[in-house]
Every structure is written in C-alpha cells, then in structure tokens.
Design a protein around this ligand. Structure first.
Ligand code: BMA
Length: 322
C-alpha cells in the first residue's frame, strides 16, 4: 500500500457550508466509493459540531481531487422509519444489476441496524428498508448474485470495546432473495486475540478476481489499554462458494502512521471503506495488474487514499496464518 502524496485528500476545510445542519464542520471520514463511468464518487460521512453525522457526495475526475457537493444525501422514505434515527453513517456502495446500492449503519434506540438505499444517478436516493433484526454493522453487498442468491458480509455487534461502542469479532456471510430479509449462512473469519485484528468488520464491498473474491476488512487491536488501533487487512474467498476462506493476511496492510491518522477525534484509526479497481476483463473479473485505490477514514477526522494492485492484495492473503 502506497500513501498518495496528496494525503489527506479531504479534510473539514473541503466541506462547503450546508446550513442549517452543516456549517464549520468537525470532520469528514469513512467514505463509500464507486467509479461511475469516468467519474469517481465518494459518499462521505460528515460530522457537525453537534456530533450528528450526515452523508454528502463528492466527485472527481482523477480519484484524488474531489469536489464536495453542497447538499446532504436524503434517502427518500427514511423519514417513515418508526423510532428515532440518530445517525446514518459508513456507507458502502455496490453496483448490482445496473443500479447503485448503498448499505449504511443506522444508530437507533435499540442499537445499530443496517439500512439499504438505492440510486441510479447519485442525485435521487430511495430508502429501501432496514435489513437487520439485531445490533449489527459493516454490511457490504456482493456485486452480483452467487448461486441464485444475493450475498453480503456483515458483522453482528456481540462485544464492546473498553468503554467504547459495541463491536464484534466475527464477519458473517449472509444471503437474501430480496436484499431486505437476510439469513446468516456461515461465519467467515474470527478476530485473532492478542494480535492486530482482535475485533473485525468488513471494509469496502468484495471484488471478483480470477483467484476468488478479494475483500479488505478492518481489524482492531484492543489490548493497548488507552487506545484501540484500527488497521486494514485482506482476505480471499472462494469464487463459487464464498463461505470458504482461501486466505487471509498475517500482518495488517494499513496502519496508522501519519500524524493525521494517529491524532484526531478518535486517535489511531485507519478505517478502509471504499475501493476502486481500475481495470476489469470483459467478463467482469478485476485484472491482477490493475491499480486499486483504497479510501479510508483517518482518526475519524479526515479521508486518506492508498494505492495498491489486485496482485499485491492477493499475495498478502497467502502469508500464512498467525
Ligand atoms: C467503529 C465505527 C466507525 C469508526 C470507528 C473508529 O466502531 O463506529 O464508524 O470510524 O469505530 O471510531
């Protein structure tokens, strides 16, 4: 992973005032990402000084220099959800059957749920529903049906960081016939206690390669007392049976090192949430030589980008287990 010299590519100073909710914002982080034709799009998590979070779109011609829109994303229909929705955040964008689906976390009275929205043009967004029945986060859709089912990875929140938010240490594969009702199929990977990825959760949606589904996730080392360290890692799933894990990195592939990753609203956080692959073959498999852009939230304060290739990501999954 190579950090781009332009980093951090987005900070609070790039967010135009969007009154009344967003003026003089505190932070921008954890973006969803997609390439739509020649346009790179990010769905940013922007936080105000009331510590409310809103989703805001940004676009770019080169994937590095982004212009942020001066309006908040409004998922039409979300206002009908019974009960209070405190925040929606951490959007993951997937292109599926020709539409753009957005899965995001919804903080509600009973914990966190996974909401699903859809758009065709990144101007009008529709809310499709709440897709979970338990406290859960980090839901990412596969970009196509596998064996006749929609698939996603998700992370039930079964534990809690030291005096922090609820978290979990198992990423699950779930399946659905309609994108709204999901059934857990199999646990994929567990946290490795005492090492870098004790608590885990999906990063960006998985990408199809000839070697399998490549998937970037985040791992949290929680044994440092005063601070949880959020890092990036990668695993490989079988193409035809994604419940089979073919490989997983031993070391993290991204960790907080720069001052803007170490210091901020939540220190020591690199949180990968968007991934853009530049080149696919005609059958839709990512080329191993393709450049990959990974977007991440840094210290819950700004947005960074690292560059790698499909081949390097795949190689990292065969380092051997810890
Ligand atoms: C996780 C999520 C992320 C956040 C991270 C670090 O539990 O809430 O949205 O970036 O913690 O604070």
């Amino acid at each position: 992973m190579e950090r781009h010299p332009r980093n951090p590519i987005l900070t609070r100073l790039n967010i135009p005032p969007i009154p009344p909710a967003l003026t003089d914002v505190t932070s921008v982080f954890n973006p969803g990402a997609i390439k739509d034709g020649d346009t790179y799009r990010l769905m940013l998590r922007v936080q105000s000084r009331s510590r409310e979070t809103f989703l805001v779109m940004a676009e770019s011609a080169d994937g590095v220099n982004f212009k942020v829109e001066n309006k908040v994303v409004n998922f039409k229909g979300i206002e009908k959800v019974p009960g209070k929705v405190f925040h929606i955040y951490d959007a993951r964008i997937s292109r599926l059957e020709g539409r753009f689906y957005v899965m995001f976390a919804m903080d509600m009275e009973d914990g966190c749920q996974l909401g699903l929205g859809v758009t065709d043009d990144f101007k009008n967004f529709d809310f499709l529903g709440i897709t979970s029945k338990e406290d859960i986060r980090n839901g990412v859709l596969f970009p196509e049906k596998v064996n006749g089912k929609y698939l996603r990875m998700d992370r039930p929140n079964k534990s809690r960081h030291n005096s922090g938010p609820t978290s979990g240490s198992t990423i699950w594969l779930s399946e659905s016939n309609n994108l709204i009702d999901w059934i857990p199929v199999a646990p994929l990977i567990n946290g490795r206690f005492h090492y870098w990825d004790e608590f885990i959760g999906s990063g960006p949606p998985p990408v199809k390669t000839r070697k399998g589904w490549i998937h970037v996730y985040h791992g949290v080392a929680g044994h440092f007392g005063s601070s949880n360290v959020y890092q990036g890692g990668v695993m490989l799933l079988d193409l035809l049976d994604p419940s089979k894990v073919l490989g997983r990195c031993r070391c993290n592939i991204l960790e907080p090192r720069e001052i803007w990753e170490i210091a901020g609203q939540v220190p020591n956080v690199t949180f990968p949430s968007g991934m853009i692959v530049e080149k696919y073959d005609p059958e839709g498999f990512a080329l191993s030589v393709s450049e990959v852009k990974i977007y991440y939230g840094a210290a819950d304060t700004s947005v960074g980008i690292v560059i790698t290739t499909i081949q390097e990501l795949i190689e990292a999954t065969s380092e051997g287990d810890i």
